[in-house]
Design a protein around this ligand. Structure first.
Ligand code: NAP
Length: 523
């Protein structure tokens, strides 16, 4: 497929007229063809008009038709074959197996959302039947279902060019909910975005859906991004990226005459707790697991273990020494963009001003290669310097040495909101872990025992979220089937004649849904 360098506004390929965006192969610094000219406010206007026109039709598509659409997107992405893999590798510097795995996850999550749509549980149908004889007042017939919020703006993420970009988790969950989607492509992988965007647009056509169900725009966040977020027809936003970007979009959304929710996933350092018995029993194995998790994908995961917390002692020294030795042998890895590499370099520089460098990985041999870093500091320094808990996006981590359990708790209370918190423990550590758990539940969206936070399963029970700044809305998850909830809202129908009710709420339950009927869940 020849890349055109054009946006997709519904089914139309449209050339932008703003400054050219050209992908850079971060492994070589070579610019890749073609150039993608950014869009402007008129393009946003056209995409929003089409999305609004499509909304009422798309949100009432049958569960089977909508599920089939999601499956068609997955099929079309797979049909792109090697071309997609090669382009994504060239645009991101990520290894081929990683991109292949990510394609599997992307198509897998589209198909998982198709299953979710078909099952219809997300409609959350509740029926409280009329009680005309009730005293002192009769009860009306009340029926609730969930409907789609409206067109959603999705910002593609740089660190998941497939799984959290054009047809990634935000898009899949919004489309599953019945929301048209307008994607603002990430400028780091415009060709990958075009290929996937065309796969989605093709599925729209194959399924006979209104063209405004999907559009793909290129351009600057400050122009196209803000115009999208402030357009009155956009009703929610999905974002993964920097804290400053997420905050700017959240503020723009809140300042609208009609404020809308922004689901921004921003920054997290994912504390890892090494409890004494576990540390004593397996300091070296823990160090091995930690270094593997830290350096995976050049550390460019929102769930990267950027903080280790433990009580001082000989076992912690063993952990630090082993981790330092292993990390010193790790090759530098190509980072996603020159900008992300430069942010990483300043981030490790800032950590180095306040913490001791325990080890650095092997020196870089190619452009934009991030060298792994391990820092150590005392809890007192961590508590008095907030710069030490800033996210450094890449393979850098900080060990915080505490003098006792009380200080572990104090450090934990001091932490900002996190996506994850990990506990390494043995039987003898359970009481300590139990005591810390209430604090961790307040701080993080996912708590893990004896594992590593990188690697996020796409399933029903997953929570990829957490209090600010991990996300802008801790009540939701951006990974897993519960992500659909972000793009829905409840509507109650009172005393409607059956003929006027949506199918999901009709007396005969034609969709065979498991309803909450007069307080009892149907079998
Ligand atoms: P980013 O700078 O936040 O950009 C993400 C998207 O948001 C881009 O489309 C960008 O538009 C837009 N944007 C950014 N700031 C904006 C603003 N003020 N107003 C409107 N739109 C705005 O993220 P990035 O380029 O992926 O990486 C930069 C840094 O973000 C990294 O170094 C890392 O620190 C952090 N990051 C964190 C995670 C995580 O999961 N924790 C993931 C990725 C990145 P443009 O096209 O104009 O840039």
């Amino acid at each position: 497929m020849t890349l055109t360098g054009k946006m997709l506004i519904g089914q139309q390929a449209v050339a932008g007229n703003r400054e050219a965006i050209r992908a850079i192969n971060p492994a070589t610094n070579a610019a890749l063809e073609p150039a993608y000219h950014g869009g402007n406010g008129d393009h946003v206007e056209q995409a929003c008009a089409l999305a609004w026109e499509a909304f009422d039709v798309y949100r009432e598509t049958s569960l089977a038709d909508r599920a089939r659409f999601l499956e068609a997107i997955a099929d079309n992405i797979e049909a792109l074959g090697d071309e997609l893999i090669e382009r994504a590798v060239a645009e991101t510097g990520l290894p081929r197996p990683r991109i292949q795995g990510e394609r599997g996850r992307t198509c897998g999550q589209l198909r998982t959302f198709a299953r979710t749509v078909r099952a219809g549980e997300w409609l959350d149908v509740r029926v409280d039947a009329a009680q005309p004889e009730r005293q002192p007042l009769p009860r009306p017939d009340l029926r609730q279902r969930h409907i789609a919020l409206g067109p959603v703006a999705v910002f593609g993420a740089s660190n998941f060019p497939l799984a959290f970009s054009v047809a990634g988790g935000d898009t899949a969950s919004a489309l599953a909910a019945g929301c048209p989607v307008i994607v603002k492509a990430h400028g780091a992988h415009p060709g990958t975005s075009e290929l996937v965007g065309r796969a989605v647009a093709q599925a729209v056509k194959e399924c006979g859906l209104p063209q405004g169900v999907f559009s793909l725009l290129y351009g600057s966040g400050r122009e196209v991004g803000i115009a999208l977020v402030t357009d009155p027809r956009i009703k929610a936003v999905g974002f993964t990226g920097s804290r400053s970007g997420g905050i700017a979009l959240t503020q723009a959304a809140q300042a609208r005459p009609e404020p809308i929710p922004v689901y921004a996933e921003m920054s997290s350092i994912n504390p890892v707790y090494l409890f004494p018995a576990a540390l004593e029993a397996r300091a070296e194995a823990l160090a091995q697991g930690f270094v593997t998790s830290l350096t995976q994908g050049a550390g460019q995961f929102c769930t990267n273990p950027g903080l280790v917390i433990a009580v001082a002692g000989a076992a912690l020294e063993r952990f630090i020494d082993t981790a330092a030795t292993l990390l010193s042998g790790c090759a530098a890895q190509t980072m996603l963009t020159p900008g992300i590499f430069s942010a990483y370099t300043s981030g490790v520089g800032a950590l180095g001003e306040h913490a001791h460098v325990a080890a650095t990985g092997l020196a870089a041999e190619s452009p934009n290669s991030g060298q792994a870093h391990l820092f150590v500091t005392q809890a007192s320094a961590f508590l008095s310097n907030d710069a030490l808990q800033a996210e450094v996006f890449g393979a850098a981590s900080l060990v915080v040495v505490c003098s006792n359990d009380a200080q572990v708790r104090q450090v934990t209370e001091h932490l900002e909101g996190q996506l994850t918190a990990t506990l390494h423990l043995d039987e003898a550590d359970l009481a300590r872990a139990r005591a810390l758990l209430p604090v961790l539940e307040r701080k993080a969206g996912r708590l893990l025992v004896n594992g590593w936070p990188t690697g996020v399963e796409v399933c029903d029970a997953m929570v990829h979220g957490g209090p600010f700044p991990a996300t802008s809305d801790s009540r939701s998850t951006s990974v897993g089937t519960a992500a659909i909830q972000r793009f829905l809202r409840p509507v109650c129908y009172q005393d409607f004649p059956d003929a006027l009710l949506p199918g999901a709420l009709q007396h005969g339950n034609p969709l065979l849904l498991r309803r909450l009927l007069d307080g009892q869940r149907e079998a």
